[in-house]
Design a protein around this ligand. Structure first.
Ligand SMILES: [Mg+2]
Length: 399
């Protein structure tokens, strides 16, 4: 079997997503995806990725992964690695279709039938636009969505009601990021006592209304310096958060360990890290208690499996990142169902109940707070045919 064509698909309504399809001479078509900088990733896939893959056997996945490592840009979640991640996912999808098995089966099978989920409290429109600046898009906060799951507005203004609604749907936890706007104002270097108290309000409301019936994940988006991150962590401890996620930038792992040791709340890191080499350092330094990665940023399914196994060797649980696109979410669930050390699966009810379904044929089932894997071969999902005929779709091919 040979790879005959590589095509990227972008839809202007979802400008941060880059889909990729790998075509073969036997009719199999593998689907992949990555998020952010979609046009740059598209360019890399055609300029570099296609040169490596066209005419090759799609089933030698580890070989292709190695051949796609660039001289520069190899060890991050930058454009090169996001492009490689998307291609790797598409190759696994082909392998699954050829074997007629779901990806989780090819990874070693299910270690559980379902995985407990927490809800990331984004709204329908969160990060849907092109960010106006390069750091995490606080300017891309948008609470204009209409429907029962406008959870971004929910955690900001009525966190108690939101917690009740999530408990009712069976979720074990909720992730919120009420400190982000203050980080934007000071570039993460200072938070006033007044703002700190404002940031604590949702936690206060949640614990007052529902007690300890739900876990709270605190997302800090790597926006803070070490001193301020520790100040916020300390102020939050009494509310018994489940974890502090990405408190600082992941460019000094000794500083991350310093943070982790300063608080009794577990530290989770990091979807911003790429490849096993970055995670090796996190684990060796014991800088995080929960290993979070995004398979479509860190190097694909191949790399995620290696990171999961390394984490297991360090007695560390993993949790895969969602809040991006529908293919990434499907990949997450295949990995989470297989990994023996999965703690919990992130999902976004505002996304999977609405626009994920506009883009793909199947979305993993979430029921009573648990996620179930897709059963079909490979990813178990495909792009909806309408995606290809929309007026705002851009398709580019290399063959
Ligand atoms: Mg995160």
């Amino acid at each position: 079997m040979k790879i005959t064509k590589i095509e990227t698909i972008r839809v202007e309504e979802f400008p941060n997503i880059c889909f990729v399809q790998i075509h073969t001479d036997e009719g199999f078509i593998g689907l992949g995806e990555t998020y952010f900088g979609a046009e740059a990733v598209e360019s890399w896939i055609h300029e570099m990725g296609a040169n490596v893959l066209l005419g090759k056997n799609p089933l030698t996945i580890d070989k292709h992964w190695q051949d796609l490592v660039g001289f520069v840009g190899a060890r991050s979640t930058g454009v090169e690695n996001r492009g490689r991640s998307a291609l790797d996912v598409a190759l696994w999808d082909i392998l699954g279709q050829v074997s007629n098995q779901p990806i989780y089966q090819l990874l070693g099978g299910a270690t559980r039938d379902k995985i407990q989920a927490y809800n990331t409290c984004a709204g329908y429109q969160y990060t849907r636009k092109r960010p106006k600046h390069a750091s995490l898009p606080v300017d891309n906060w948008n609470t204009e969505g209409e429907g029962p799951y406008e959870d971004l507005e929910g955690f900001l203004y009525r966190a108690d009601e939101l917690a009740e609604s999530l408990i009712e749907e069976g979720f074990m936890g909720m992730k919120i990021w009420p400190f982000d706007p203050f980080a934007e104002a000071s570039k993460g270097r200072f938070i006033s006592m007044e703002d700190l108290k404002k940031g604590l309000e949702p936690f206060e409301k949640i614990r007052k209304r529902v007690g300890d019936k739900i876990e709270i994940m605190v997302e800090m988006h790597s926006l803070w310096d070490l001193r301020t991150a520790k100040q916020i962590a300390q102020a939050l401890e009494d509310y018994r958060p489940f974890w502090y996620e990405d408190p600082i930038r992941m460019d000094n792992l000794d500083a991350l360990r310093n943070f982790a040791q300063s608080t009794r709340v577990p530290t989770a890191a990091s979807e911003t890290l790429g490849t096993r080499w970055a995670f090796r350092e996190v684990m060796e330094k014991q800088a995080a208690d929960v290993i979070i990665f995004d398979p479509t940023w860190t190097g694909g399914i191949s790399e995620a499996k290696k990171i999961i196994t390394m984490a297991e060797a360090y007695q560390l649980p993993i949790s895969t990142h969602d809040c991006v696109g529908p293919v990434s979410f499907a990949v997450d669930v295949h990995l989470s169902i297989n990994a023996p050390n999965t703690l919990v699966q992130e999902c976004v009810r505002a996304f999977y109940s609405t626009w994920y379904k506009e883009l793909v044929t199947e979305v993993p089932l979430i029921k009573d707070g648990f996620v179930y894997p897709l059963a079909g071969p490979g990813l178990g999902t495909k792009l909806n045919p309408e995606v290809f005929t929309r007026p705002d779709t851009t398709i580019r091919e290399s063959k």
